[in-house]
Design a binder for this molecule. Sequence first.
Ligand SMILES: Cc1cc2nc3c(=O)[nH]c(=O)nc-3n(C[C@H](O)[C@H](O)[C@H](O)COP(=O)(O)O)c2cc1C
Ligand code: SF4
Ligand code: FES
Length: 612
Amino acid sequence: LDLHFTNAESTPEERAAVDEFLGPALVRDAHVARGGHAAREQRHMLLPALHALSRRIGWISEGGLNHLCRRLDVPPADAFGVASFYGLFSTKPRPKKTLHVCDDIVCALGAGARLCADLERSAGPSGEEVRNEGWTWQRSPCLGLCEHGSAALLTVAGAQALEHQIAPATLENVTEALAGESPELKLRHYKTPASGGESRRLLRRVGRVNPESLDAYLEAGGYAALRRALEIGASGVVREVIDSKLMGRGGAAFPTGRKWEAVAKESARPHLLVCNADESEPGTFKDRILMEEDPFAIVEAMTIAAFAGSCEKGYVYVRGEYPLALARMTNAIEIAREKGLLGDNILQRGFAFDIEVRRGAGAYICGEETALFNSIEGYRGEPRNKPPFPVQRGLFGKPTIVNNVETLVNVLDIVLEGGEAFRKTGTAESTGTKLFCVSGDVVKPGLHEVPFGMTLRALIDRAGGVRGKAVQAVLLGGAAGTFMAPGELDTPLSFEGARAASATLGSGVVIVFNESADLKAAVLRIAKFFREESCGQCVPCRVGTVRQEELLHRLAGETPTFARGAPSELELLAEIGQVMRDASICGLGQTASSAIESALAKFAVFGGAVKA
Ligand SMILES: Cc1cc2nc3c(=O)[nH]c(=O)nc-3n(C[C@H](O)[C@H](O)[C@H](O)COP(=O)(O)O)c2cc1C
Ligand code: SF4
Ligand code: FES
């Protein structure tokens, strides 16, 4: 590698941050002593090392980056491209304390909008250091705490770095958190309303079984599924999962059993497993609750998936804004390893598998499976062209199973009860139960587990009904989903039911807007989200998301409109949407216009429907 360093020097604190994380520098770390192969082997440490630097210093300086790049044999320009890709990192000087405040769709309906306005008044504009107080605040996309109506994440850099989720967030409690000394700030546990009554399967342990104790998990029936899996063998597990008709819960609804079967058949080795816990779709918080409240179930389910697909190693990629989930998953993995439930000889049955935790750093696109692989490998989280599909060439170019957290947790019941029993719940094409993240203008926002096929109306009733007089609209499937009109509330919540209504369940988002909610603001926020989160790799999405947002601001009358007026603006918007759908590399660009177009078509938000 041809490494070009700038003259910027690292500080002792920056060197300590990197060296404590990577271990002492060896003579062989010197660039001249290493071949390309050895250098490539270290590249996957780039993202965790950037986290180490950022958590210690608060930002990533040129000098700090130079030191890190020398240690990992990564060209600094390349590493800068990675560091500047992620929302949680800053490559400009930043104080040690940063308060990330959600201004996304749900919080904008609730107290979140007020909090941003209060902060702007009392602390100044987002992104600027608060004079003489050593902290800064910045607006953030959804923090995955939507059921609370307002949310913040405080990051405190230093030798004892901390992250602190605050929800609901108010000016009082964020001020209190900012005033606290770092070591005293702790991860705070809060209760989340979770309902489901008779249909509680995935949530049966949530809020009832201590998530930090393996003994509690075992007492609640934990690890019976893994024992059963080892009895029926890998092909038996794959057969049951195919039989269950389990479809992926990460948004794409791909049959899980087929994926596992394909990887199991691949001759290339090793096989790898990735649990996608990057949950960043605005309005989604289900995987967070599963990780926080039932982490051993995820570890057990990953072990079963690995056994079925002959995977030797697994990664769980946890969203960077989820410190409690990260801590709970790390704890569960460590305990499972100590007790022989991970490692070289699991349950003394000669099966070897282990899991590594990787932390995202604030990029929605890293939930896309191939972007996630690039992120783990130490590159910018840009999606790859498919084919080849992950089952053939996935993480590190190896056959890889990638599954969503919720998908995996379903596997425990499938293995225990059999695929046939599992598919008795739900509908013909959508088997089992589904976790819906219900938020916005409902009486009881929270995570609701229901059998597939329940209507949208019944689900909203289950969440206590609408807060306010009447429903104006429901956003189904998140920013990448569809706005539903009051006349569509009898749509069955199943993959086929949503498809028939030209909608998508996505990751299970249900955001309710009552008659006084500002739909125009929600549409503009969605456009901003896609413009900010586009990885910029392909033109239709990079340019289309910018043009789409600009056009909506013109329609909203905030910027001058072209003389040709609203009708041709709407034609242009439809064209932009079509190009993004047809020509974008990945699902982000392909869905960046769907919610917006549905809002304009069904509610005439800006006074006219999109022309198809
Ligand atoms: C822009 C984008 C974001 C995504 N984000 C997530 C995510 O946060 N979590 C997830 O499980 N899947 C996400 N996916 C879907 C994954 O690419 C992949 O289909 C999924 O992880 C496969 O697991 P499943 O079959 O269990 O659903 C995303 C896809 C796209 C296009
Ligand atoms: S569609 Fe958007 S997010 Fe996806 S690869 Fe292209 S630019 Fe990146
Ligand atoms: S946490 Fe604010 S919208 Fe999700």
